[in-house]
Design a protein around this ligand. Structure first.
Ligand code: GRG
Length: 300
């Protein structure tokens, strides 16, 4: 028995992430006009599981990073990208959602034009945040640039933005298993995976550790999105904090392709792959093992 308790780990990590996000958002507010500032605060400081920065800080420690707080400023750079992606995803020109994290979406409260601008402002803010915090972590100039590059690649057309594009184009189409996997790896998996890679790189983890965490990240990325499909098909808006919408938007999902039970089985098989990546990489980190299970056991 490791004695590891995921719920208290998550609670402690979330507090640290929230505190750094508060500092970052306050600084951004001072750089923008009041309406954009309010939309940034809405989009970033409205709760959420904070899974990506927690994966980053956890990977950092699992890769031998020092027990200090310097990883959190780097970890929140990924959350800034995630926050912008949700703000833009909810816009009427994308998924047209009015409710997220149990409250009205950013454009409902602040308008579409302001939300577009606020979301766009978060992209360079995230790159700069990654760069400066990697410098603070003494990654060296080349290491800091590599970290920022890796984050932007994951967020870009070859990653999250490209996946979202496929997702929008796929509405009303019956995507096959390979197409759906490719879409999920980019739309959802790329950012989850880079969260881990950034943590490992910041710790200057050995190459085999970085690669094992990349494999772990790819596997939990798929598991996370399949679990999302299952939640969308089975949970209420109240539990999810958002209105289930896959059926309404006529999206291809794992539940549509395989049915609920097989979708659950496949999500769980990806978790097993993630656990296998940890053990074959020689990474003994109860937090990462528990987080892999959490990805498929969460209720929102
Ligand atoms: C210009 C085409 C184009 C895209 C812009 C909008 C966008 C970029 C990307 C959208 C990416 C997206 C919304 C992916 C879904 C990922 C996902 C399952 C999000 C939910 O993550 P959680 O559950 O959310 O971690 P919380 O609320 O906990 O933070």
């Amino acid at each position: 028995m490791s004695g590891f308790c995921l719920s208290s780990y998550l609670a402690t990590e979330r507090l640290k992430v929230e505190a750094v996000l508060e500092r970052v958002v306050s600084r951004l507010e001072s750089e923008t006009d009041a309406d954009v500032a309010a939309a940034i605060r809405h989009g970033v400081m409205s709760g959420g599981k904070r899974l990506r920065p927690i994966l980053c800080s956890t990977a950092y420690r699992a890769s031998g990073g020092a027990a200090n707080e310097l990883i959190y400023p780097l970890a929140v750079s990924v959350e800034l990208i995630h926050a912008y992606s949700l703000m833009h995803d909810d816009l009427p020109c994308m998924d047209d959602a009015e409710f997220r994290r149990g409250r009205p979406t950013t454009h409902v409260d602040h308008g579409e034009d302001v939300t577009s601008r606020a979301g766009a402002a978060l992209i360079p803010a995230a790159a700069l945040q990654a760069l400066s915090s990697a410098e603070q972590l003494e990654c060296g100039p080349e290491g800091a640039i590599a970290v920022a590059r890796e984050l932007m690649e994951a967020a870009g057309a070859g990653g999250m933005v490209g996946g979202q594009w496929l997702d929008l184009e796929g509405e009303g189409e019956a995507l096959g298993p390979d197409e759906l996997n490719g879409l999920y790896r980019r739309k959802t998996g790329a950012l989850l995976m880079v969260s881990l890679v950034l943590g490992a790189r910041a710790a200057r983890g050995a190459d085999h550790v970085v690669e094992a965490l990349r494999r772990y990240g790819a596997s939990i990325g798929l598991a996370f999105q399949i679990a999302d499909d299952v939640l969308d098909a089975t949970q209420s808006a109240e539990t999810l904090g958002k209105r289930p919408s896959d059926a309404e938007l006529d999206k291809s999902t794992y539940v549509g392709l395989y049915g609920l039970e097989e979708a659950r089985n496949r999500a769980r098989a990806h978790v097993d792959d993630a656990l296998e990546a940890l053990s074959s990489g020689g990474i003994d980190a109860p937090a990462l093992s528990s987080l892999a299970l959490y990805v498929v056991e969460r209720d929102n």
